[in-house]
Design a protein around this ligand. Sequence first.
Ligand SMILES: Cc1cc2nc3c(=O)[nH]c(=O)nc-3n(C[C@H](O)[C@H](O)[C@H](O)COP(=O)(O)OP(=O)(O)OC[C@H]3O[C@@H](n4cnc5c(N)ncnc54)[C@H](O)[C@@H]3O)c2cc1C
Length: 395
Amino acid sequence: MTSVPRICILGGGFGGLYTALRLNQLVWDNGQKPEITLIDRQTSFVFTPLLYELITGEMQGWEIAPPFAELLKGTDIRFIQGSVDYVDKTQKSVTLEDGTELEYDRLVLALGCETPSESVAGVKDYAIPFRSIQDAYKLDEQLRVLEASTTEKIRIAIVGAGYSGVEVACKLADRLKARGRVRLIQSRDTILPDAPKFNRDAALKALEQRGIWVDLETTVSEITADSIGLIYKDQTDIIPVEIVMWTVGNQVSPALSHFGLPLNAQGKITTTDTLQVTDNLEIYALGDAAAILDSTNESIPSTAQVAFQQADFVAWNIWSSLTDRPLLTFRYTNLGEMMTLGNDNAVLSGMGIQFDGPLAYLARRLVYLYRLPTLDHQLKVGLNWLTQPLVKLLS
Ligand SMILES: Cc1cc2nc3c(=O)[nH]c(=O)nc-3n(C[C@H](O)[C@H](O)[C@H](O)COP(=O)(O)OP(=O)(O)OC[C@H]3O[C@@H](n4cnc5c(N)ncnc54)[C@H](O)[C@@H]3O)c2cc1C
């Protein structure tokens, strides 16, 4: 190892960015502060739980997707925009698509997941996923064109009635109001199969109040530029639509399979309970791309809440490993879950409490404000929330 340890963090999402920020805050003995490099293919972090607010214009892009350059200002973290191509664990080096090579003493893998688009014909070409800021802007752009057109009814099919599908549906219905025809398509016999009953009931009420049509036990045969094929009880119906949203599935980045690391059946990286990659102890993995079990050997869900908690442990364990201290076992604390269900409406359950409506909307907003990556960004966004009603009143 060189005199200054080099930590390379791949992926600047909830796992990678928060690990970098935490590492930067830790106290290092005798000038041993490592060189921390964060690599992401995008220029901005995305706070995905608030992405829905872009549909209704409740929030702006800069609040949800602040540039890394801005978030890392004043820290010792170096940011490189680039796509990770290869990890050579023998040479302890990372190669980016443009040929840049970086050596590491500790590596953090936090490359997240993607929405698969190969399962049904037409998804890749005609449907919009809802995962990145670009997806949200693309949806907004198509909606603006339709809203400015003479089209009487704007028909939208959302495939997948998990959290994203339900939340997108409510926001779209609130944006389009009487002009919208929103349809939610779900292969299973219920929406939100993994959600607490209280949240599912609140979501069902919100969908019903907005006139959103829910197709259960329905699968998709094909998507074209202006239609979607729906299969229900072996019968296929072709429905005309203006927009199809695809919110189904979580697939790890195909790049991971080339790194020669241990993967589980879903292609996720397997780790020890200290979040080190099995048999590769100088490499750490967290977030959606890591297969991590809780203390009862159940797998932990792929959520921002999990990645956020793991980031603290990864940062601490890297610090411990470089300063000859014992490593900590990761323990997940389920703090519950929140969903946005349209304008001024949300549902929240966890830690023994559950409520919905405008109060839940406010609580969700405040929790997420507190979770934004840096104090500086929290203050900017918080101030904007306080002053925006005043600006609107005066304009
Ligand atoms: C719309 C939406 C809403 C969500 N809402 C919630 C919620 O309310 N609560 C909750 O707990 N969870 C929520 N989630 C889930 C949450 O976003 C993920 O669980 C979390 O982001 C996982 O963190 P991660 O660091 O593993 O991955 P990510 O946050 O996805 O970060 C991965 C990063 O790696 C980068 N990357 C990928 N491949 C490469 C490459 N080859 N080279 C360079 N960079 C690369 C990506 O650009 C990205 O920045 C939501 C997800 C979505 C899509």
